[in-house]
Design a binder for this molecule. Structure first.
Ligand code: GUN
Length: 324
């Protein structure tokens, strides 16, 4: 008599070996930062991070909660200062001044965007560059462009760390960064240049954008336009990093970008929208040699690098305790 076996669900397909697994790399970075934070704490100085959130932008609230949780999990003393959108620029400057003077605070992060009426530039310049957890202060931007050590904006820093840990040799590659933001595109280009890539920054006004992108051995898409980068932008065998995080809410877009993807269609029916990157997932992966998925690619790296930056700032301010 044959044994009765319970019906089993079909095994999930094996993960695509081309995938650059940002989630896994981010978990490793967070583990390592937590170990360093524990050393600093044992030496008498627990790393401290202060986050400032002004107003009630729902996306910012979600991001900040993620940062709070990650910091606490890493053993960082975290506090979030929440202020109403009616706060004045002067009041915000006073709050930052207090954090700059507070010796227990190693890292300061002002969540962007700020409400209208507050100058982002003036606020970012008010943060002590030695406590600049985001690497957004012009002093640190300048050091990055010079190839000098500095806190580096978290998303591009995380991408570099992922490429390094995945064993991707960058020297000599042609890199094209699509997008010229201060937060991602420009610092990404500086980091790739420092890693000896030949770097092009392309953007919405670039002539023949597909042709420029096809030159790339390494293509970084950071434009914020769902599915703009299609397979015909990608040289066969290129490495593609997708920084985009876009919400699509039209059924025809879901059908176009995720044909035959039952899970995405179910998510769309349930939520009325789905997240996707700047790359078209129906045409880019087959041309790339390696690529980051959305979600689970670049996203988790950003928070991991915030934790890493904070621990490094704490070490720099307390060199004796940071020595392992
Ligand atoms: N808003 C969107 N991304 C970021 C980020 O990386 N840092 C800050 N401070 N604000 C953001």
């Amino acid at each position: 008599m044959t044994a009765m076996t319970a019906p089993t669900a079909p095994a999930p397909p094996p993960p695509d070996p081309k995938i650059l697994d940002g989630k896994k790399v981010a978990a490793a970075i967070r583990r390592e930062a937590a170990a360093e934070a524990a050393l600093l704490t044992a030496g008498g100085h627990q790393p401290g991070l202060s986050v400032i959130l002004v107003g009630d932008d729902p996306a910012s609230a979600v991001y900040v909660r993620g940062k709070e949780t990650a910091a606490r999990e890493a053993g960082i003393r975290e506090q979030t200062l929440r202020f109403p959108a009616t706060m004045t620029e002067g009041e915000l400057l006073t709050a930052i001044d207090g954090l700059n003077r507070d010796d227990a605070v190693d890292g300061i992060l002002v969540q962007l965007p700020l409400p209208k009426g507050i100058s982002t530039q003036r606020i970012l310049e008010a943060v002590d560059p030695r406590k600049d957890a985001d690497g957004f202060h012009p002093f640190n931007t300048g050091r990055l462009v010079q190839g000098k050590p500095a806190p580096v904006p978290c998303t591009p820093a995380g991408i570099m760390e992922m490429l390094r840990r995945e064993g991707i040799a960058l020297a000599g590659l042609r890199a094209v960064v699509v997008g010229r933001s201060d937060i991602v595109g420009k610092p990404m280009a500086s980091l790739l240049l420092a890693a000896h890539c030949t770097v092009t920054i392309a953007h919405s006004r670039t002539r023949d954008l597909p042709g420029v992108c096809r030159e790339a051995d390494l293509l970084v898409a950071a434009i914020g336009r769902a599915g703009l980068v299609t397979g015909d932008y990608v040289k066969e065998g290129a490495i593609v990093v997708d920084v985009g995080m876009n919400r699509i809410d039209r059924a025809e877009d879901v059908a176009r970008f995720f044909p035959g993807d039952a899970a995405r269609e179910a998510a769309f029916r349930k939520n009325g929208s789905v997240l996707m990157g700047d790359c078209d997932p129906s045409t880019v992966p087959s041309r790339a040699s390696r690529y980051t998925p959305v979600p689970g690619g670049v996203g988790p790296l950003t928070i991991a690098m915030l934790i890493s930056n904070t621990v490094n700032l704490a070490k720099a301010r307390r060199p004796a305790q940071g020595a392992a």
